[in-house]
Design a protein around this ligand. Structure first.
Ligand SMILES: *Cc1c(COP(=O)(O)O)cnc(C)c1O
Length: 349
């Protein structure tokens, strides 16, 4: 007997971090920003008049604002519903070779999910023993390259010279650099898009701009890359960007002072938190993101994860080979981190 079930596409979905429903939770498990977005966002929301109409399919206002903020022509900017949407469109657009695309074994766990969904062959390249990406692992023949910089969940930033080494050895495939965490201490590869017409740099409003709830991401790259992505986008949904996102996303870029202030607060809190964690016997790679990836000398990550959760402190734990003794801890406010440290001090003794 045949069944409609035989024709269902079976996929193993990405598992996002938990969004607890209970009150009074300290939520350090999904790398959200602890500060609200710039007040310009809500000012712009109050000006929304045109919800009756379809939004501008090109999201011109937002695209122009991002282009001008980054000092590139608007033809070099693609916007999407969070960088997850931007990355998915990029995978569909650029990864159509028979050869496998390459990404690290420990990285953003959405990459293999998209590859499976779109039928893209892939190969994982192990991080070295220090959890660093080895550029030379990406020099061989491949169907494309994608990695985050800083990498997630390690937080390790790869200097631009090494990103460029990867580009030098991959002139004939698309190379995607996922810069979700770049504003917390790294230097963006966007400047390299001038020199490398196969480089796509992807950024998001979800982390450094405190707007995960609005879903805005974008890519910067050569005009031909962006055009190709737009062609794919218009082939499945013209109206991805809603009116509130377009207006609020454009407005917050005018508030550079607020952006710099909140960004600095998180960086300062992170550096102080690193010191305190070392004193408690934790080790971790040096993070340039808004989280640290920490392991304790005596107590397992799994145990600490569960004990913290009982105290309504949520951090992220990955039950996966190589990283199952690490906790990914988002940098929240100073007060939130103090509460977490008090818990660790008491628990570890
Ligand atoms: C958070 C994150 C994203 C996705 O963010 P969006 O909210 O979809 O913009 C992409 N890549 C990495 C590495 C991330 O950590």
């Amino acid at each position: 007997m045949s069944s409609w079930r035989d024709n269902i596409r079976k996929v193993e979905p990405y598992t996002p971090g938990e969004q607890p429903k209970e009150d009074g939770v300290i939520k350090l498990n999904t790398n959200e920003n602890p500060y609200p977005p710039s007040p310009k966002a809500l000012e712009a929301a109050a000006e929304i008049r045109n919800l009756r109409k379809y939004p501008d399919p090109a999201a011109t206002k937002l695209t122009n604002a991002i282009a001008s903020y980054h000092g590139v022509p608007k033809e070099q900017v693609f916007v999407g519903v969070g960088s997850d949407d931007v990355l998915a469109v990029a995978f569909m657009t650029f990864f159509n070779s028979e050869k496998p695309i390459l990404f690290p074994d420990i990285t953003y766990s959405f990459y293999p999910v998209w590859a499976e969904l779109f039928g893209i062959p892939y190969e994982k390249k192990p991080l070295n023993s220090q959890f660093q990406i080895e550029p030379k692992d990406y020099f061989g023949e491949n169907g494309g390259v994608v990695f985050p910089n800083p990498n997630a969940p390690t937080g390790i930033y790869m200097p631009l010279e090494e990103v460029e080494e990867i580009l030098e050895h991959n002139r004939d495939v698309a190379v995607i650099v996922d810069e979700a965490y770049i504003d917390f201490g790294g230097v963006s590869a966007k400047t390299l898009t001038e020199k490398y017409d196969n480089l796509l740099v992807v950024q998001t409003y979800s982390k450094s701009r405190s707007m995960a709830g609005l879903r805005i991401g974008y890519a910067i790259g050569n005009q031909e890359l962006i055009q190709a992505m737009n062609d794919v986008k218009y082939s499945y949904n013209s109206y991805t960007m809603n009116e509130p996102s377009i207006l609020m996303g454009a407005a917050v870029l005018e508030d550079e002072a607020y952006f710099q202030e909140t960004r600095k607060k998180i960086i300062d809190t992170r550096e102080w938190f690193k010191e305190e964690m070392r004193k408690l016997g934790f080790t971790f790679p040096d993070s340039k993101a808004n989280f640290i990836f920490a392991s304790h000398e005596r107590i397992t990550a799994k145990e600490l994860f569960q004990a913290a959760k009982e105290q309504k402190i949520y951090v992220r734990y990955f039950d996966q080979p190589r990283i199952n003794n690490y906790l990914r801890i988002t940098i929240g406010t100073r007060e939130e981190m103090e509460t977490l440290l008090r818990f660790f001090k008491e628990y570890i003794g």
